[in-house]
Write a protein that binds this ligand. Structure first.
Ligand SMILES: [Cu+2]
Length: 146
C-alpha cells in the first residue's frame, strides 16, 4: 500500500517535470553540419522538443530571422519569437524569458568546449551575447576556458 502511494507520487512528479521542461524550439541547420546535430542532441537531453529544419542557405535564414552578421555561428534556432544563434547553453535559452529587451542570444563562432562543441579536452573561454531591440550587444553570460 505504502509502495503504491510512493509510486503514484513519484509518477506525478516525473510527469510534472517533463511537462515543464518540454520547451518547443525550431532549429535551422545546414545539411552537412555535424556540430549542429550535436547541439540538437544536447537540447533533447535537456528536455527540449526540437523541430529540425534543414536549410541549404543558412546566411539567408539568419538574415530573415534578424541575426546580426557579427553574431553569426553555424545553426540558428527560434524560441518564443527570439533567435538562439550557435552553441548557446540551455541556461541562457531559458533565461531569454526574463529579457524582454533582447531579440535573441548568440555564441558567435564555434568555441571548443561549448555545448555541442565538446570534443576533446580543450575549452575556449566564450561569452553569450544578447542582441538588444536597438541592435546593440549585451553580454549575458561568460564561461571560462582551461
Ligand atoms: Cu557548430
Amino acid at each position: 500500500m505504502i509502495t503504491n502511494i510512493r509510486i503514484a507520487v513519484l509518477t506525478t512528479l516525473l510527469m510534472t517535470g517533463a511537462a515543464q521542461a518540454a520547451e518547443v524550439i525550431d532549429v535551422y541547420r545546414d545539411p552537412d553540419c555535424g556540430c549542429c546535430k550535436d547541439w540538437i542532441k544536447y537540447l533533447e537531453v535537456n528536455g527540449f522538443s526540437v523541430r529540425e529544419h534543414v536549410e541549404p542557405n543558412m546566411s539567408k535564414v539568419k538574415q530573415r530571422l534578424g541575426v546580426a552578421p557579427r553574431l553569426a555561428s553555424c545553426h540558428t534556432a527560434m524560441i518564443d519569437g527570439k533567435f538562439v544563434e550557435g552553441h548557446v547553453p540551455v541556461a541562457q535559452i531559458l533565461d531569454l524569458k526574463s529579457h524582454p529587451d533582447l531579440v535573441g542570444v548568440s555564441v558567435p563562432g564555434m568555441p571548443a568546449g561549448s555545448p555541442g562543441m565538446d570534443y576533446g579536452q580543450t575549452k575556449q573561454p566564450y561569452q553569450v551575447i544578447g542582441q538588444t531591440l536597438t541592435g546593440t550587444d549585451q553580454v549575458v553570460a561568460e564561461y571560462s576556458g582551461n
